[in-house]
Design a protein around this ligand. Sequence first.
Ligand code: UD1
Ligand code: UDP
Length: 368
Amino acid sequence: MKHIVCIVGTRPEGIKMAPLIKALKCEPWARVTVLATAQHRHLLDQVLSLFDICPDVDLDIMRPNQTLPELTSRLISGLDEKFAELNPDVVLAQGDTTTVMAAAMVAFYRRVPFGHVEAGLRTHDLDNPFPEEMNRLVAGRLAKWHFVPTHRSRENLLREGIADTAIHVTGNTVIDALLEVAATNRTLDIPLDLDKRLILVTAHRRENFGEPFRAICRAILQLLDLYPDIEVMYPVHPNPNVQSVAHELLGTHSRVLLCDPLDYAPFVEAQKRAYLILTDSGGVQEEAPALGKPVLVLRTETERPEAVDEGVVRLVGTDEALIVAEASRLLDSQSAYGEMARGVSPYGDGQASERIVAVLRHELGAAR
Ligand code: UD1
Ligand code: UDP
């Protein structure tokens, strides 16, 4: 038996690790321990309970409005203590959060092989996204196995001198999770006006805090003035830097539904119902194209260029006028809308977890 410790810290890690954890648990050669750092508390608990995953270890790291240095130091000491107890053969973590960087570092110090899920994403700009570009560079430098979603991400790693034999193109496990959840139609427990076109908004990036985020909110207000037939639904991330501005600028508008973060299943349903999505989220950039929904990305750079190249996602940054212009183009022109509302899935086919498990089965000498 190989002891595999699967790390989950935040909401997207929970969603993207869930299909892999489930697949690994079916393998007779693998003993799986789920270690939640709980860098997120409520948001992580929501998704783990949806996927029926109960962490074996919970570090309960989250503090209100946590700073990056304090978060990092708590993660490193908490993970180190648990790795000493658990003595894993392999550590797996997904993505680019501080949890992932800390897990890769502690695995390295303890000389435990580290597998990086969703490897190879790059903007080549340490400030965008901040601090995630640094987190993924560290994880990528330390990983033994790189499970990349696309050929573009493979090429990024080859350029950094990572051996081709260590890179495995698997697709992104987010599509495994999405297809499982999207297969069921659900009711949305939110009072939507079905006669209006729904614009779904999410935003949480640290580099957008302050004025960029205020500009996003002002653009939404302009769009509401210009288009009486739209309604905005915005599940607000619990980070206090996001909450305060969202409620101050959008809280009183009659056609804005500000709500708490939605559970994953209703959020997928909201994406299915949306006419258009405005977001700075990574995961939503991957999911919405698969659901045939146009996305305007509220960032100046993306590590997910594949959907931009396909023409179904556009980068609009945080410039108020540009957001209004690009959204108006899609609200005014059926043909412009139709070109972006094509169902394409550049990030996966729903089989990524199976491919990752097959690699590990082979590499760990446990072929059946
Ligand atoms: C984190 C990740 C980011 C990822 C995002 C997914 C880092 C540095 N950031 O950003 O890469 O895209 O998660 O959502 O790793 N909070 C709660 N309850 C929760 C979760 C968060 O109250 O369940 C609040 C707390 O005040 C917390 C704050 O949000 O301190 C920030 O959480 P943190 O994980 O540091 O940053 P995110 O912006 O969520
Ligand atoms: N999501 C959710 N509820 C919400 C908003 C987002 O379940 O209210 C899901 C979304 O479908 C995607 C993931 O959370 O799978 C993205 O998380 P987030 O945007 O917080 O992080 P990122 O992907 O940017 O790291």
